[in-house]
Design a protein around this ligand. Structure first.
Ligand code: AMP
Length: 281
């Protein structure tokens, strides 16, 4: 059974005995509309921590488009059931008023890492993410927090916040869970119409095409990116925002892929923005 908690005070009170007994708390921050990707995070936390707290908060600070915030799916009842099935102890789902009783005047801002990729197209997004995660880390007093590799830049940004600000917790990255055809699971997939859903697989096709070229010996980033762009350009329902090859830690663009790398892309399918990424090596 998962207990639904809506206030910060109630969550702190519930977790106090756990912390005092030296038992570990695992945190899984989400914006709800839980799917198998979220479940993988919860199950990993369940396997590694004594108490598992899933958080559900659609954080308006990280939305740079009002419509995206308003249209974001809200499904608390089924999320609670998914948490119970995956073995979470608590679902912390605070109202907006609880997290932002006043207009916030303190923010966590990560430089450099947030300039490229999604950061270039979503001004303020990572500031919102870093700020709400800092709040959630403090509220829960977690020992570990679980994030998906699906949001690769987010994972890098959060790791950096924890390192720079000495948060006493470990960040765990969990591999991306995909649909059978390769589409990365996302709460936004529910907004795709049938034709758009079929077209959305093109993100994975782009990754696979670049991986094949890499396996065949291509190492030039420009050449690999051109290969990735081919299926995207051929899909009439897709509008590519970016495709980049970056260093997985610094997120700096690569010219050649000799060591570790990450291909990352953002593509609009209709009016839904999808992202994906994968290592070439
Ligand atoms: P969201 O609810 O979309 O903010 O995501 C909450 C957490 O789930 C983030 O750490 C995401 O990276 C992670 N996540 C979302 N989709 C997936 C997926 N398909 N596979 C693994 N993790 C995911």
């Amino acid at each position: 059974m998962t207990q639904l908690i809506e206030s910060i005070a109630a969550l702190r009170a519930a977790l106090e005995p756990t912390r005092r007994a030296g038992r570990t708390i695992g945190l899984v921050p989400t914006m709800g509309a839980l799917h198998a990707g979220h479940v993988a995070l919860i199950e990993r936390a369940r396997a590694e921590c004594n108490v598992v707290v899933v958080t559900l908060f659609v954080n308006r600070l990280q939305f740079n488009q009002a419509a995206d915030f308003e249209l974001y799916p809200r499904t608390v009842e089924s999320d609670l059931a998914a948490c119970a099935a995956a073995g979470a102890d608590y679902l912390f789902a605070p109202p907006q008023q609880e997290m932002y009783p006043d207009e916030p005047r303190t923010f966590v801002e990560v430089e450099e890492l947030t300039e490229g990729l999604c950061g270039a197209f979503r001004p303020g997004h990572f500031r919102g993410v870093a700020t709400v995660c800092a709040k959630l880390f403090h509220i829960a007093g977690a020992d570990r927090a679980y994030f998906g590799e699906k949001d690769f830049q987010q994972l890098a940004v959060i790791r950096r916040v924890v390192r720079d600000l000495n948060f006493p917790l470990e960040i765990v990255g969990v591999p991306t869970v995909r649909e059978l055809d390769g589409l990365a699971m996302s709460s936004r997939n529910a907004r795709l119409g049938a034709a758009e859903r079929a077209a959305a697989v093109v993100l994975w096709r782009a990754i696979e095409a670049a991986r094949r070229a890499f396996a065949d010996g291509e190492r030039g980033a420009a050449e690999l990116l051109a290969v990735a762009r081919r299926p995207l350009d051929a899909e009439p329902l897709a509008r590519t925002e970016y495709v980049e090859l970056v260093d997985p830690e610094t997120l700096a663009p690569l010219e050649r892929v000799e060591g570790e790398s990450r291909l990352a892309l953002a593509v609009w399918i209709g009016d839904v923005r999808l992202i994906d990424n994968a290592p070439l090596k």
